[in-house]
Every structure is written in structure tokens, then in C-alpha cells.
Design a protein around this ligand. Structure first.
Ligand code: ATP
Ligand code: MG
Length: 568
């Protein structure tokens, strides 16, 4: 066998071993070598023994020996290939190109959060994957909870996320049709009007017992249906689906299909008082909207039987329903039911409080939409209920914002330091260590602030380096520190300390969001405020600018006086 083949094998084996903690395997090497050298494919049998021998030789070397040989003899193999970003969505069952229709159906009863982002992004990605269509449908048939403000907030949230829908509609647009289908169910005996009280209904459902109303005849049901629009008061009558009171699936025990709600609807005001329940409305809507693939979170799984049965009884087209896991974070609830009381009780400052997982809060904190999309896709389409790590979202975000974040100095718990023989009156600081983002001028007069944390470590005669400036020696420590200039040469051993010129320092509050719930209880210390000083250049940045405060972390400018900590 030619030497060049041996060499090629050795290179690949070294590369593979160094990527796998010093151990390589025959099968890994063979597939790589045949992949890169098609000319050897017909000689696989002959080269096998050679590979075994080389693999075993290389496995005897230490990882550092492997790495150094790789560096000296095969530098071309050291080039790191960027890992292909894994897009986690599997192909969709029964999907045909150009024919897929998905929908995102939020109820306008609260502000959108990252859980909605997950649902909407999955809906959109699948529509895109198959050249199909995404419908945004406001599921607005419970006027008790719904407000105009929330329709708007959801649209704003989706725009910000960059989720583009092809059609927008409201379930409430279709009330007449939904009534028609409701009546059809009653006419065909698949539904009846029940006038039992709420407690009796729940008790019967638990105990698998039918009530008298279930036996009511056609005329009784039709009369009661009409009375629901005029006579009955809320709670006095509901339409129930005739399911199976003995079903193991509790959802199927004659669930409610319509109820009376005498509240002002945000769009239709007082036009209607009989409103469809979720299960009935969603089945009808998905079917008539042409939805081919419908997704919802796993806790709805038991409702699938009802969804399909309703459509069967009405002889309507059935979409395919799929479930994925709810997005939840440790200590950060992703649910309107929990978020709303926090805002209403003033535990947090509003829906954009940086501790919350609402889209407004994430935006204000400095999380960018591309990071949310990458994060959602990295989780994939699974039903397993693992708490998603917020860190993962942060690391996607960090990669994106790092390249555009300006570097600024910032000190907390400021202590004054005076450099007696300062001669510099101005210095230029780079706005980014690698990228060309320009420089800023900073005026100097020898009077600085440094961080209290740094000041605490200093003793008289210590030498330190004021970053990007010069070295100084501490001469006196009191309420103010005194120091003298000792030179410009960079000395690795000097602690590097950031500084702010006193005369132009800008006072700043930095809000640091922490875990909202600890042991299921609201954490009263979940928002920390740090008093800080930063450079005057801060005032020239736009609101919303992302900054990396040197040796602290990424923050987003919230106002002239306030920044919000994004992440490390
Ligand atoms: P909430 O508990 O926040 O009220 P919801 O499911 O009632 O949640 P909807 O407005 O009805 O909220 O949700 C619209 C879509 O978003 C639904 O398909 C729902 O499954 C999905 N969704 C809501 N919360 C999450 C979440 N935490 N993770 C993933 N998807 C979610
Ligand atoms: Mg809901």
C-alpha cells in the first residue's frame, strides 16, 4: 500500500482521536477515509488491516501527543468545520408540498410570551417548510377575559418575532356558522341543552351519571336552545355534546359546547350572549379554515378524541392534530394564568418587567428575535416535558449580539482615585475589541472612579493597570485613593482595572432580573438594582442599544438613567 494512503489514514485517525478524548475507532476512520477518498472505495478490504494497525497505534498516544502531531503534520485537518445548526423539526406526517395549512390560535386574553413564540414559530416553520400557509386566528369566544389591548399586543409580538402569517381572522367572525353547526348537532341528537347547576354537572361527570336533561326530546332541546339567547341567565343552561358518560376519557363525558356569557365582547360588543366553548369552536374553525396540520400543547391531548368526534358527527373535514411539550423554565412560569396576577397585584412592574418571559420583557431585556427562533428550533418538536434551560436561550443570544454590542466601562460601588501626575488629557478607546466599530474619545484629568470591589483589594504600593490607559502605583488609601503614574508598558501581572473619569461620569441604575419563583414562591428579591457609573458615551447611544459593560456582562440601554442586564 502506498505511503500516501497510510498518511491519509493516520491524519484522519489523529483528527478523530483528538476530537474524541484521545480514542478513535476503526469504523469511524474507515467511513471518513472512504468519504474523502472515493478512489479507495474498491480497496476497502485491503486497507482494513492497515486501519486497524494505525488506529491501535494512535490510541496508544496521549491526547496531547495526538494533538501536537496533528498540528505539525496535518495542519489542514485542524480547521474546525462549523457544526451545522440543527433544525429540530422532523418532517410532517401526510404533508404535501404547497398544501400545508397551519394556524396559530391565541386567545386575546393576555400578553404573548415565549411559549406562544414556540407555538407560532413551529406553525410558521412548518408552513414554510412545505410552501404552505399560516393563519393567525384569534380564538376570541370568551368575552369575559378578552380585550382589544391583547389582540394588539399579540400582533405586535408576532411582528417583533418576525413571524409572518398569510391570513388573519377571528373565531368570532364565524359565530353565525358556529350557531348553525350547534343547531345541527342538537337536531341530530348529538347535543342537548342541560339546565342542571354547575355542581351537579361536575358531580355527575365524576360519577359517570347521566342527568334528566340528557333524556330530553328534540322539541325540548330546540326550545331550550332558543331560550338560551333570550330567557336563561348565565349558568342556567348550557349545550352539552352527547358523548359517553361512561368513557374512561373524562373529556368525553358530555362536555359543554355552548354557554351564556353576558359580557361585552371587545369586537362584537353585545351582539351575542351564547358563546361556543373551546373544543367546539376550535374543531369547526380548523375544519373550515382548511387547516391540514394543527398543533397544540400536550395537555390538550385528551381532547383529541372530542375534536375528531365532533367533526365526524358533523361530517366535516378533519385536520391532523399533533402535540408538543409546553415550554417552561425553572422558576419562570410561561403561562398567562400565572403571569396575569403578578402584574395585577403589582408584584412586577408590568408585562414588560424584565423578569417575565413575555415577549415585551424579553425584548426589553435585550433578547433578540433571532435568538428565540434558534432556541425554539433547537428544542425541536417533542412531547417530553423537560424544563428548558434559559442558559441555552442566552447563549444563542450572546452569539448574535456580541458582534454589535459596544464595549463600555462601568463601575459599581464607585470609589474615587486620583492619579497625581496624570499628563494625559484625552484617550481614544476602541468600541469593540475585534470589529471595526470606531473609537470614542474620553477626556481625562487624573480623577477617576473605580469599582468598590476593585478598590477593596488594593494596598499601598500595589501597581495596577487602568485598562487601555497606563499603570499606576497606589500611594495612599483613604476615603479616596491616591496613586501615581508609573508608565505605559503593559505588564501581565498587574491587575487590570476599569475606570470612569469623574467629571463626565454618568449615573446609571442597572436592573438585574433574577429567578422569579423560588420553591414555587414569588421571590421578593427577584429584581436587583445596582448603582453604577458609566462613560458619558452612554448618553449618545440609542435607547435599546446593546452594550457589553467590560468585565460585567451584556446590558440593554433602557433609558438615559437605566440599563437592564441581559446576561453574562
Ligand atoms: P396560557 O396558560 O398562557 O393561558 P394557553 O394555551 O391558554 O396558555 P393560548 O393563547 O390559548 O394560551 O395559546 C395559543 C397557542 O400557544 C396554543 O396553541 C398553545 O398550545 C400555545 N402555547 C401557550 N402556552 C405555551 C407554552 N408555554 N409552550 C408552548 N406553547 C404554548
Ligand atoms: Mg387558552
Amino acid at each position: 500500500m502506498k505511503d500516501d494512503v497510510k498518511k491519509a489514514i493516520r491524519g484522519i485517525a489523529l483528527q478523530n482521536a483528538s476530537e474524541h478524548e484521545g480514542k478513535t475507532r476503526n469504523d469511524a476512520v474507515i467511513s471518513k477515509i472512504l468519504g474523502s477518498r472515493p478512489d479507495l472505495r474498491s480497496k476497502a478490504k485491503e486497507i482494513m488491516p492497515l486501519i486497524s494497525e494505525i488506529v491501535s497505534d494512535i490510541n496508544k498516544l496521549s491526547l496531547s501527543e495526538q494533538k501536537s502531531e496533528l498540528e505539525s503534520s496535518f495542519p489542514e485537518l485542524l480547521v474546525v468545520k462549523p457544526k451545522q445548526e440543527r433544525v429540530g423539526l422532523p418532517p410532517l406526517d401526510g404533508a404535501e408540498n404547497g398544501k400545508v395549512i397551519t394556524r396559530f390560535p391565541p386567545e386575546p386574553n393576555g400578553y404573548p410570551h415565549i411559549g406562544h413564540a414556540k407555538a407560532a414559530i413551529i406553525d410558521e416553520e412548518y408552513a414554510k417548510m412545505y410552501g404552505g400557509k399560516l393563519i393567525l386566528r384569534f380564538d376570541d369566544t370568551n368575552p369575559e377575559n378578552e380585550r382589544l389591548e391583547y389582540y394588539a399586543a399579540i400582533k405586535v409580538g408576532l411582528d417583533w418575532l418576525g413571524v409572518k402569517y398569510d391570513q388573519i381572522k377571528n373565531t368570532s367572525d364565524d359565530m353565525e356558522l358556529i350557531y348553525k353547526k350547534g343547531l345541527e348537532m342538537i337536531e341530530s341528537g348529538n347535543a342537548y341543552v342541560c339546565t342542571c347547576d354547575k355542581e351537579t354537572i361536575s358531580k355527575n361527570r365524576r360519577e359517570m351519571k347521566a342527568c334528566k336533561c340528557r333524556a330530553g326530546d328534540h322539541d325540548q332541546n330546540i326550545k331550550r336552545w332558543h331560550d338560551m339567547f333570550e330567557k336563561y341567565k348565565p349558568g342556567e343552561a348550557i349545550v352539552r355534546f352527547r358523548g359517553d358518560m361512561q368513557s374512561e376519557n373524562t373529556v368525553m363525558r358530555d362536555p359543554a359546547m355552548f354557554r351564556i356569557i353576558d359580557e361585552i365582547h371587545p369586537l362584537l360588543i353585545d351582539k351575542y350572549r351564547v358563546w361556543p366553548n373551546y373544543d367546539f369552536a376550535v374543531a369547526i374553525e380548523d375544519s373550515i379554515d382548511g387547516v391540514t396540520h394543527a398543533f397544540r400543547t400536550k395537555e390538550y391531548e385528551l381532547r383529541n378524541e372530542l375534536y375528531y368526534t365532533i367533526l365526524d358527527k358533523l361530517g366535516m373535514r378533519k385536520p391532523k392534530m399533533f402535540e408538543f411539550s409546553r415550554l417552561e423554565f425553572e422558576g419562570m412560569p410561561v403561562s398567562k394564568r400565572i403571569l396575569k396576577p403578578l402584574v395585577q397585584d403589582g408584584k412586577v412592574s408590568g408585562y414588560d418587567d424584565p423578569r417575565l418571559p413575555t415577549l415585551e420583557a424579553l425584548r426589553r431585556r435585550g433578547i433578540v428575535p433571532e435568538a428565540i427562533r434558534k432556541f425554539v428550533l433547537s428544542l425541536g418538536f417533542t412531547k417530553s416535558d423537560t424544563l428548558a434551560p434559559f442558559d441555552t436561550l442566552e447563549s444563542f443570544n450572546r452569539k448574535i449580539i456580541d458582534v454589535t454590542s459596544i464595549r463600555l466601562f462601568m463601575v459599581t460601588g464607585p470609589v474615587k482615585i486620583i492619579v497625581k501626575n496624570n499628563k494625559l488629557t484625552e484617550v481614544e478607546l476602541p468600541n469593540h475589541p475585534q470589529r471595526d466599530m470606531g473609537k470614542r474619545r474620553v477626556e481625562l484629568d487624573g480623577n477617576f472612579y473605580i469599582s468598590g470591589e476593585d478598590a477593596k483589594t488594593l494596598k499601598v504600593r500595589d501597581q495596577i493597570r487602568l485598562i487601555e490607559l497606563y499603570n499606576v502605583k497606589i500611594t495612599k488609601i483613604g476615603s479616596e485613593i491616591e496613586a501615581e503614574y508609573t508608565g505605559n508598558d503593559f505588564k501581565a501581572e498587574f491587575p487590570k482595572i476599569q475606570w470612569i473619569p469623574q467629571k463626565s461620569a454618568v449615573k446609571l441604575n442597572i436592573l438585574i432580573p433574577k429567578t422569579l419563583f423560588v420553591n414555587e414562591k414569588f421571590n421578593e428579591y427577584s429584581l436587583e438594582t445596582k448603582q453604577a457609573y458609566t462613560e458619558s458615551h452612554y448618553l449618545e447611544l440609542n435607547e435599546g442599544a446593546e452594550i457589553q459593560f467590560v468585565r460585567f456582562g451584556y446590558c440593554r440601554k433602557d433609558s438615559a438613567m437605566q440599563a437592564i442586564y441581559t446576561h453574562k
